[in-house]
Design a protein around this ligand. Structure first.
Ligand SMILES: Cc1cc2nc3c(=O)[nH]c(=O)nc-3n(C[C@H](O)[C@H](O)[C@H](O)COP(=O)(O)OP(=O)(O)OC[C@H]3O[C@@H](n4cnc5c(N)ncnc54)[C@H](O)[C@@H]3O)c2cc1C
Length: 449
């Protein structure tokens, strides 16, 4: 069935969370990766000696890895905001969250992979062995092989998290503080993200349900009056030990005192490490109970170079994007030095810092209005056109393109390597056709010229 004459294509499917059918194939085979879990998750390096790591199946969910590694007081270093995603699915993209500024994305925290390449060979790869395949597969959009096993770096896990949110009215001040925090050498915070609130009036209480204001009286007076607000979100990890907690609280206070947020708007909360990492699942359960989870998600994820992020914010927030009530708009910077440029993942060129801007709007099924899927897709298109016209040099994360020209420009200087790796590891273009980067090779008779 396989070979140059076959029209068969194969797509690995993690949880199928990608938005444009990237984990599907037409007239081909879809492999349900969660069913491939012959070996149990295996944690190594418990009790010191060697640096700890865990061996997992490519179809394993990150939430299961968290549960299993926590039994040994360990955990992976770098996460996504939502953990009900598969290892193979996030490693085929990058895997970014609020720890990436320090540890890099998930693809920077993998030691070794087992991959089934396009002609069916099973290959182990790492920095030292088959390194070209290793770097190609990481961020490789499933194009070079199917990840069947992965060896993931671990670190000692905290037990508790102090989780804080503060507000800004000025995007530039918000971004300056975020950048200051991600660039600081002393480990002020362990997680740094942020989000935008647009067109919200009245008292700000619905977004911080489980957070307590530091100064309840002053906080209760603060009203957004429809102005754009920028919420910096930080977290400090700790172990449950009163002495350490007092020291940590003091350090956090000092770190916060260097920031320029609106002073009455400090909100904090204490949760277990597990609750913190699995926070989006809580929202998922709520949305599911209201029938609002299984709806179209015309999301747009962008990586914006630091030098142009103020321009982007001015043109988009409150202008093209006029409301954030149907889903969060997450904004935070990361350090490019933590990304390995040899991987297939694409980031804005040259600059040391770039921002993830994740516009995660949900559509109301059946609506033809501005909360309907068509209008949201059009709005996303306007954001892309605005950025293109202004020459902002941004890149799509979880990219979606349909023409060869667009893919070439997306990959930029990495394109030639991407094409070379495709012809080396998947010469018949069988794998992950739903990404629409390569077409299945035409049938070429061995005798044709
Ligand atoms: C609620 C939610 C929150 C999210 N938050 C974040 C976030 O904070 N940070 C972030 O980086 N991403 C985030 N994502 C995006 C997520 O990383 C992508 O959707 C990704 O595709 C993982 O999803 P999946 O496991 O369902 O993979 P799928 O969508 O099933 O697969 C994605 C692509 O990878 C290929 N693939 C799947 N498994 C393998 C494998 N084993 N080997 C080779 N190729 C494979 C598929 O063919 C497909 O092309 C979020 C997604 C959701 C739904």
């Amino acid at each position: 069935m396989m070979g140059p004459h076959s029209q068969l294509t194969v797509a690995a499917r993690g949880r199928g969370h990608s938005l444009q059918g990237q984990a599907q194939t037409r007239h081909g085979i879809v492999i349900h990766m969660e069913s491939l879990q012959p070996q149990k998750l295996k944690v190594h390096g418990v009790g010191g000696g060697t640096t700890p790591f865990v061996d997992v199946s490519g179809g394993e969910l990150w939430i299961n890895i968290l549960h299993e590694t926590l039994k040994y007081g360990l955990a992976p270093k770098s996460w996504t905001d939502y953990l009900h995603l598969t290892v193979g699915g996030t490693l085929s993209n990058a895997g970014i969250s609020g720890q990436a500024f320090r540890h890099g994305p998930q693809i920077s925290n993998v030691h070794q992979l087992e991959v089934v390449a396009g002609k069916g060979e099973i290959l182990n790869c790492s920095e030292r062995q088959n390194s070209d395949l290793f770097h190609g597969v990481l961020g490789g959009l499933g194009q070079f092989g199917i990840i069947t096993r992965a060896r993931i770096a671990l670190e000692p896990a905290p037990t508790m998290v102090k989780w804080m949110r503060v507000l800004y009215l000025d995007f530039a001040a918000f971004a300056r503080d975020q950048e200051r925090l991600i660039s600081s050498d002393d480990d002020k915070f362990d997680y740094i993200e942020g989000f935008v609130i647009i067109n919200r009036t009245g008292l700000l209480d619905s977004w911080r349900l489980s957070f307590t204001p530091e100064d309840p009286i002053e906080a209760s007076k603060f009203k957004s009056d429809g102005r754009n607000l920028y919420c910096l979100e930080v977290a400090k990890y700790f172990k449950l030990d009163q002495d350490k907690k007092d020291v940590m609280n003091q350090e956090v206070k000092e770190s916060l005192s260097e920031l320029n947020y609106i002073s009455s708007t400090l909100f904090s909360s204490e949760v277990t490490y597990q609750e913190f990492l699995d926070r989006v699942h809580v929202s998922e359960m709520k949305l599911r109970s209201k029938g609002q989870w299984e709806v179209p998600h015309p999301w747009l994820n962008l990586l914006v170079p630091r030098s142009r992020v103020n321009e982007f914010a001015k043109g988009v927030f409150g202008n093209i994007l006029t409301d954030t009530s149907n889903g969060p708009v997450i904004v935070y910077p990361v350090n490019k030095s933590k990304w390995d440029n040899r991987s297939s993942a694409v980031t804005p060129e040259e600059e040391e810092i770039f921002y993830l801007v994740a516009i995660l709007t949900s559509a109301v099924p059946g609506s033809t209005g501005k909360d309907g899927v068509d209008q949201i897709v059009k709005r996303n298109q306007r954001i892309l056109e605005f950025s293109e016209a202004a020459g902002l040099g941004l890149k799509q994360y979880l990219p979606h393109y349909t023409t060869r020209h667009e893919w070439r420009s997306h990959f930029g200087p990495k394109w030639d390597d991407f094409v070379r790796r495709k012809s080396r590891y998947d010469p018949f273009a069988m794998l992950a056709p739903g990404q629409r980067i390569f077409e299945k090779s035409p049938v070429v008779s061995p005798h044709s010229s």
